[in-house]
Design a protein around this ligand. Structure first.
Ligand code: NAI
Ligand SMILES: N[C@@H](CCC(=O)N[C@@H](CSC=O)C(=O)NCC(=O)O)C(=O)O
Ligand code: ZN
Ligand code: ZN
Length: 369
């Protein structure tokens, strides 16, 4: 079938709006009509060429919501008409990782997903006969996509696509990092580095769990006002700090934070986030994705003296189990998504969404089809 898509033809170039061809679903696969997709910083990261797994030409996008149109053989849990959110971390409930109970990182299809292919090793997308790569197993920058059954969360039908698509990455990542990964306790002091589409969700979850100080750090002071409405209690712009940022933050939090979150993807900030933690118990959670060749460093003494360095993917959430619950939280008014979606636009303006992100003018842009 013909599909309208924003195609990443080359690294570092704007997306190209094209009519491409999509093959139907094979065994274990589902054809989904994408109704809305958010644009996450990770899409920009891959498009920039910094992603070691980045492949071109490809259909990017991983923060979508839509409706099942058709299912391939052996699909049991979904049927046409079901409302779904694609998952870049699937949940097969059968692999060693799923059965461990220790991680959300289902590995059932990770190898082919990282090669831009469906689990059978082929692509469903093409442009004038040339193969296009899938992206993160989701490829939501198209009005139709094919996704493995194990990578789809079934959600309630009254949830608005243009809002809950954001649960496909940013909302779940930020909230899950607080609840599943750090397990922030009431009364904790936290520092959030980067007040974008992920960091603001970390802040709203810290408020939900009853954190005490919620310090936000961002180079862009325009983020202060919205962060305060989501629960930030103190704002720090590193440009306004005389001297080193770390001792300033340790002093502000009276000995260091119980938890810090790096929501930028900058390895220098990751070090600052670790070293701003409280001696003896502070935990720093890396959420940001850093480019190829980048490495983190610190004095081992920081860990010897009790600070903990951890990371999280998709907020530690098991998508088919947890995403429907987060949709319920939104529908019940327990979490705020509406105020984080600052821009909505049609697919042919998607490059503007990337410009807004790079200029620091948006929190989340959403494309509706
Ligand atoms: N681990 C995971 O599962 C996920 C990771 N990510 C990653 O999280 C990071 C954040 O993503 P978004 O919130 O969508 O990005 P964003 O672009 O919306 O926000 C980044 C924020 O960091 C600020 N910033 C940039 N450099 C800074 C610095 N040196 N010091 C202080 N603030 C600085 C910017 O002003 C901006 O407000 C990205 O690296 C993204 O790839 C995103 C989703 C899931
Ligand atoms: N391909 C990159 C790694 C990118 C990455 O870390 N992705 C996160 C999700 S970011 C979403 O916006 C993730 O879930 N990672 C787990 C995984 O299995 O990929 C690289 O190779 O550096
Ligand atoms: Zn994302
Ligand atoms: Zn699994």
């Amino acid at each position: 079938m013909d599909v309208k898509a924003a195609v990443a033809l080359e690294a570092g170039k704007p997306l190209s709006i094209e009519t491409i061809q999509l093959d139907g679903p094979r065994a274990g696969e589902v054809l989904v009509e994408i109704k809305a997709t958010g644009i996450c910083h990770t899409d920009a990261y891959t498009l920039s060429g910094a992603d070691p797994e980045g492949l071109f030409p490809a259909v990017l996008g991983h923060e979508g919501a839509g409706i099942v149109v058709d299912v391939g053989p052996d699909v049991k849990s979904l049927k046409p008409g079901d409302h779904v959110i694609p998952l870049y971390v699937p949940e097969c409930r059968n692999c060693e990782y799923c059965l461990s109970g220790k991680t959300n990182l289902c590995q059932a299809i990770r190898l082919t997903q990282g090669k831009g292919l469906m689990p059978d090793g082929s692509s469903r997308f093409s442009l004038d006969g040339q193969k296009l790569f899938h992206y993160m197993g989701t490829s939501t920058f198209a009005n139709y996509t094919v996704v493995p059954e194990i990578a789809l969360a079934k959600i309630r039908e009254d949830a608005p696509f243009e809002k809950v698509c954001y649960i496909g990455c940013g909302v779940t990542t930020g909230i899950g990092a607080v609840i599943n990964t750090a397990k922030v306790e009431p009364g904790s002091n936290v520092i959030v580095f980067g007040l974008g589409g992920i960091g603001l969700n970390v802040i709203q979850a810290c408020r939900m769990v009853g954190a005490n100080m919620i310090v936000g750090v961002d180079l862009n002071s325009k983020k202060q006002a919205i962060a305060e409405t989501f629960g930030m209690t103190h704002f720090v712009n590193p440009k306004d700090v005389d001297g080193d940022l770390v001792p300033y933050l340790v002093e502000l939090t009276k000995g260091g934070a119980d938890y810090t979150f790096e929501c930028i993807g900058n390895v220098k900030v990751m070090r600052q986030a670790l070293e701003s933690c409280h001696k003896g118990w502070g935990e720093s959670i890396i959420i940001g994705v850093a480019g190829a060749g980048q490495e983190i460093s610190t004095r081992p003494f920081q860990l010897v003296t009790g600070r903990v360095w951890r990371g999280t993917a998709f907020g530690g959430a098991k998508g088919r189990t947890d995403v429907p619950t987060i949709v319920d939280w939104y529908m019940d008014g327990k979490i705020n998504i509406d105020d984080l979606i600052t821009h909505v636009m049609p697919l042919d303006q998607i490059n503007h969404a990337f410009d807004l992100m790079h200029e620091g003018e948006s929190i989340r842009s959403v494309v509706t089809f």
